[in-house]
Every structure is written in C-alpha cells, then in structure tokens.
Design a protein around this ligand. Structure first.
Ligand code: NAD
Length: 498
C-alpha cells in the first residue's frame, strides 16, 4: 500500500481519454464526464462515440480476424502475449485499481484484490490457449475418419456493466483472445477508463492491431448497434436481464449472432442449524455487502432454519453493524459508495417498499452522508413475505431479506423460488445434506460452507433467467469457438453410379 499512497488522492482535474480503433487512439467530438460516486468530484472524460466509430471498429476487428495476424497464431504464441499482459498488469496494478475505485466507488483494497484476480485470468487463459483442442473419431468404419475442429467464432462484441468494470472485462477478454477471436468492446459509459487502459497494456504486450478495439458510448446507441450489427459473429453481454432480453431480440432480427448472456440474480444463502453459525453469519454479512451489494452473485436472500433463525439474525445484525462504510480511497474501508445516482435511488426506494410492505429493519435501512458521495448502510430485513418486492426483485444493493424454513424440502423450494439461477451458498456440517441440496438448487455457481470463492479456472454463468453460456476457464474459451466436423474418406469410394 506504501507505493500506492501518492495515488490515494483525487485528481486535480478530470483526465480525458480517447477511444481505441485499429491500434490507434481517436478522440470523440462529444464526451461523458464521470463524477466519482464516493466524492462527488469529476474525475474522467471519455468519448461519446457514434455508430460510425463503431462501424470502423467492427471493420478493423473483421480485417484483423481475416488477415490471420491473431487467429492463425499457435496457442503457444497467443499464450506468450497473454502472459506478457499478466506481467504488465502486475506493474500497473495500483494505477488500474485507482481508476476502478475513482469511477466505480469500490474500496481501493477490494479493487487491488480484483486486479490480482484479473492477472490470474490472463495466466489461466494463456494455459487454456495451449490446451485448446478438437477431437477425433476412429470408430466410423474402415474407410472413414472423423475430426472435430474448434475454430474461433470470429468478431466478438463485448458489452460490460459498471459494477466490476475491469474484473468482468478480464473474465472474458483473455479467454476470447485465447480462442483466436478479435473484439470490439463497449464498457459501461460510467466506468470506461480501465477498459481503455487495457488497450495500452495489450499493445505493449504485442497484440496485433485491430484485434482489441474499444468504443465508448451509451447503451442505447453503441450497445444496441453492437447487438444489431450484421458483421459481429457473437456478443457477450453482461448486465441486466431486461437488456439481455433486448439483445436476444436484436440478434434474432439481425444475423442470428451467438449470444453469451450473464444477467441478474437473487441468490440464496441457506443456513442449516448444524452449520458453524459464526462463520455463516460472517459470510452472509460479506455476501450482501461486498461491492455494496452491486454484485450479480450477492447473496440477497437469507434462508435460515427456523430453530436458529432469531439467534442467527441477531448474530448477523451485530456483525453488519461493524462493517466499515466510507471513503473508497481509504485503505481501511470495507464498503464504498453506490456507483450511480440512479442505482442509489433504486436501492433507497426498495428499502422504503420493504418497510411499507411490513418487513422489519434489523440493521441499516438508510443512506449515510459522507464526503459528498452516495452511501447506504448494509441493511437486513426480517419478517419478509415471499410476495414482497424486496423478496423477488434483484435490488442490486446492500439489502438482505431473511426467510426461515422447517424442512430441507422447504429450504430447497425457497431457494428456487425466483426467476433467476445465478449463484447459491449453503452452510451445514452434514456432507450428505450439502450434496443433496447442491443437486436440487438451480444455480450456475454453488458455494458450500464458503461464499464467492473460486478462481478463473472455474466456469461462470447462470441457470434460468440469469443467462446463457459460460465464461472463464477452458469452458470460457470453448464458448468462443465453433465446431466443424471433418470427414475424411481413407478408402476407395463405393460408386453411387454403376
Ligand atoms: P445494464 O443492463 O443497464 O447495462 C449493461 C451494459 O449494457 C452497459 O454497457 C450498457 O451501456 C449496455 N446497454 C444498455 N442498454 C443497452 C441496449 N439496449 N443494448 C445493448 N447494450 C445496452 O446493466 P448495469 O446497470 O450496467 O449492471 C447491472 C446489471 O448487471 C444487474 O442486473 C446485474 O445483475 C447484472 N450483472 C450480471 C453479472 C453476471 O455475471 N451475471 C455481472 C455483473 C452485472
């Protein structure tokens, strides 16, 4: 942290960034100004790109894909570039974390941890680039030999949200590059800087021009134009379920591009009476407060066995009261600012809806005034009914709703009582119960006696309305390939015409 201390200050004036197409920096004629949500002061200016800018980026990505400067390289050569990115990121770790904190409002200690995970993503993808392979079929009869080739899908459009701007980027970009594809990236308009910094890093690592392009702009113009673009082969979209649905329509109405969708969640944390309750309460406090609950895998529904429910809620409330909320640039902060004004209003509205529907606030339940930024205390509601909006909707904030159950069946039913299926956490000391509940709860990521654990080797993605496809690890690389079945006749043809 010593190295970082000169950076734990706000910039004197907002820094202006261009956008990146075909290996070159360009300037937009219009800009977005980003105000730090933790401090209320302007920190960055990024270009408001046009659809013409996007078209230029897609043309560059297409040309780079077709000329084979990246797609024709061996896995070992691609791995070399990805490993160099990891090394450069280690050097620029503090700077990237600083910009992530300024634009997003997350604590600097957390941002630094996320950059470490991003470094691991590049290292993992380097291994996957070398491991990627097809298959062969030697069982098609004496005269026929079958091969299954994995080929890069082509030009990928990548649309990312504001909650983990760099982490979500790095859970995708290295794996897309490992597959041999080229990219056009559109970050959220409120958190674009670190996606632009990655362009500098990729250039230094030796990525050929045109392979990684960044077009900054609004969702409605640039995001939508990506999903409708006839020359983009696949879109990876991470964001809300509502916009995910719009992506499906746009893909169907344009070129049937393949979609990877990572959408919302209303994730359960199930606590059985036989669990280590201290550890489970600590995890529940972390699960709802990490990244101010603006996290697709936040555990926002506590499902606790009735005979310990009151004791557990009291324990959890006492822990949540101790969470350090405050200046994201302070290394001691555990929970930072809410990222956008709109999200701040949404969360506070949900808290009011919960109160007026009759749920009881055990801790939190209000905004906090601090240094001109927007902050909300981690909040725990008890007495929540299944039909209340705080029970059903993804709030995307530090608001936890508590339910209780009597039987294992009831716990499973409550856990599955949502249109989403992104993640779940389960706490018990009974391994049979743990495994049988894990099999019955419909979620793409599962944590037993832990929460939000894992590395880039493990696939990410959701069941139900939480999305399609998987990112990260070898599964993530395979998503960006398509399969070609090759049949080779190795005998003499049996004539059709005799
Ligand atoms: P959002 O859907 O509003 O925006 C996400 C991205 O899509 C942004 O870059 C935005 O500019 C762009 N966009 C907006 N309208 C678009 C359109 N019509 N066409 C194409 N692109 C468009 O989401 P957000 O508010 O930035 O992020 C919050 C949501 O993201 C939450 O619902 C959260 O659960 C979800 N999320 C999911 C994951 C996951 O891995 N499943 C991860 C992070 C966030």
């Amino acid at each position: 942290m010593d190295q970082l201390s000169p950076m734990l200050r706000l910039p004197e004036q907002p820094k202006t960034f261009g956008f990146f197409v075909d290996g070159q920096w360009r300037q937009g004629s219009d800009h977005f100004e980003r105000v730090s949500p933790g401090h209320g002061v302007p920190v960055s200016r990024t270009s408001r790109c046009t659809v013409e800018d996007l078209n230029a980026a897609v043309a560059a990505a297409r040309a780079a894909f077709e000329n084979g400067s990246w797609s024709d390289l061996s896995g070992a050569e691609r791995a070399g570039v990805l490993l160099r990115v990891a090394e450069i990121l280690k050097r620029r770790r503090d700077e990237v974390a600083y910009w992530e904190t300024l634009e997003n409002g997350k604590p600097i200690s957390q941002a630094l941890g996320e950059i470490d995970h991003c470094i691991a993503c590049f290292e993992t993808a380097a291994g996957a680039a070398r491991a990627l392979h097809g298959d062969s079929f030697n069982n098609l009869g004496k005269n026929l030999f079958g091969m299954v080739l994995r080929e890069p899908i082509g030009v990928v459009g990548l649309i990312t949200p504001w909650n983990f701007p760099f982490l979500i980027l790095c859970e995708r970009v290295p794996f897309i590059l490992a597959s041999g594809c080229t990219l056009v990236v559109k970050p959220s308009e409120v958190t674009s800087v670190t996606t632009l910094l990655l362009a500098e890093i990729l250039v230094e690592a030796g990525l050929p021009r045109g392979v990684y392009n960044v077009v900054t702009g609004s969702g409605r113009t640039i995001g939508q134009a990506i999903t409708e673009h006839p020359d983009i082969d696949m879109v990876s979209f991470t964001g809300s379920t509502a916009v995910g649905r719009a992506c499906v329509h746009a893909a169907a109405d344009s070129n049937f591009k393949k979609l990877g969708l990572e959408l919302g969640g209303k994730n359960p944390i199930i606590v059985f009476a036989d669990a280590d309750l201290e550890a489970a309460a600590d995890a529940a406090a972390f699960g709802i407060s990490f990244n101010t609950g603006q996290c697709c895998v936040s555990s926002s529904r506590l499902i606790v066995e009735a005979k310990v429910a009151q004791q557990f809620e009291e324990l959890l409330a006492s822990k949540m009261k101790k969470i350090v909320v405050g200046d994201p640039l302070d290394p001691a902060t555990q929970v930072g600012a809410i990222t956008t004004e709109a999200q701040n209003r949404t969360i506070l509205d949900y808290i009011e809806k919960g109160k007026s529907a009759g749920a009881r606030v055990l801790v939190g339940g209000s905004k906090m005034e601090h240094d001109g930024g927007q902050y909300i205390q981690p909040t725990l509601f008890t007495g929540v009914r299944r039909d209340m909006e705080i029970a059903t909707d993804e709030i995307f904030g530090p608001v936890l709703s508590s339910f209780s159950f009597e039987t294992v069946d009831e716990a499973v039913q409550l856990a599955n009582d949502t249109v989403y299926g992104l993640a779940a956490s389960l706490w018990t000391s009974d391994v049979s119960k743990a495994l049988s509940v894990t099999r019955r709860v419909r979620a793409g990521r599962f944590w037993v006696n832990t929460i939000m654990a894992g590395g880039p080797e493990m696939p990410l993605g959701g069941f139900k309305q939480s999305g399609w496809g998987r990112e990260a690890g070898i599964y993530g690389v395979e998503e960006y390939t398509q399969i070609k079945s090759v049949h080779v006749d190795i005998g003499k043809r049996q004539p059709w015409i005799v």
